[in-house]
Design a protein around this ligand. Structure first.
Ligand code: 13P
Length: 261
């Protein structure tokens, strides 16, 4: 079965509720048919701030065209954890999934591999989708150890995961930290090499259930570089930051993901 293609907008800490509603309306009004040529399944997701999640509700699946993601989820089920939002709370709020292990959470908020692993397991157990982010910083890239670094992040993040939870709810995202918000993008060759390694590791450890997971690329994805990145065999779509804050730019990226061969 062909792998599902995703374009997911990560709005980060941007947009008040009114602006979130305006942007979502503009995106939804022009979304292309969500089926790529050859019947490949194509999905579009938005990850607004927690307080804007309900603003997007009119367009969420199953009636609407959008999948709704939170940008984070707690590493514990419930209890005395001030400021946290648990997986059951997200599901109860009609959210389909959560981004886990984004580099901004790892580097700015001290999230460790252990925390990320707990979040991945708890969120999947709660029937949420998980967009698990991995990616190396500039120093690691320049040292040439980027592949082993990213594979060790992946391996740690999935270390607590029982095999039966390896299914289409898990989505991977390779986001090289040096390419996030910097205007620098990994070349299609860089992305191809990393995505191939990630898929090979997934197959080795989880068989076809692992190899069939969608692997997205993220890091300064724009309408002018998305086509070349999509042409790389193992890239199944994008996690888009800055360009997802402009309806037309995001829509152009979605169209490229839909129409890529
Ligand atoms: P930019 O597209 O702004 O580089 O952000 C990428 C990202 O972090 C998506 O999660």
């Amino acid at each position: 079965m062909a792998r599902t293609r995703w374009t997911i907008g990560n709005w980060k800490q941007n947009l008040l509720r009114g602006a979130a509603e305006e942007l979502a309306t503009a995106v939804v009004s022009d979304l292309p048919e969500p089926v790529a040529e050859g019947g490949k399944q194509v999905r579009v997701g938005i990850a607004p701030s927690f307080v804007a999640l309900d603003v997007l509700r009119p367009w969420v699946r199953p009636q609407g065209p959008l999948f709704l993601f939170a940008q984070n989820v707690a590493a514990q089920e419930e209890g005395a954890f001030t400021g946290e939002v648990g997986p059951d709370m997200l599901r109860d709020a009609g959210v389909h999934g959560a981004i886990v292990g984004h580099s901004e959470r790892r580097t700015l908020f001290g999230e460790t591999d252990t925390t990320v692993a707990r979040k991945v397991k708890l969120a999947l157990e709660a029937d949420l989708r998980v967009v698990l982010c991995v990616g190396e910083g500039l120093e690691v890239r320049e040292s040439g150890n980027h592949e082993s670094f990213v594979i060790s992040q992946l391996s740690a993040a999935l270390s607590q995961l029982p095999h039966e939870l390896m299914n289409e709810r898990l989505i991977l995202a390779y986001e090289p930290v040096w390419a996030i918000g910097t205007g620098k993008t990994a070349t299609p060759r860089d992305a191809a090499a990393m995505h191939r390694s990630l898929r090979a590791w997934m197959e080795k450890h989880f068989g076809s259930a692992g190899a069939d997971r969608s692997i997205l690329y993220g890091g300064s994805v724009k309408p002018n570089n998305a086509a070349a990145l999509m042409a790389v065999g193992d890239v199944d779509g994008f996690l888009v930051g800055g360009a997802s804050l402009e309806a037309e730019a995001f829509l152009q990226i979605v169209r490229l993901v839909v129409s890529a061969a």
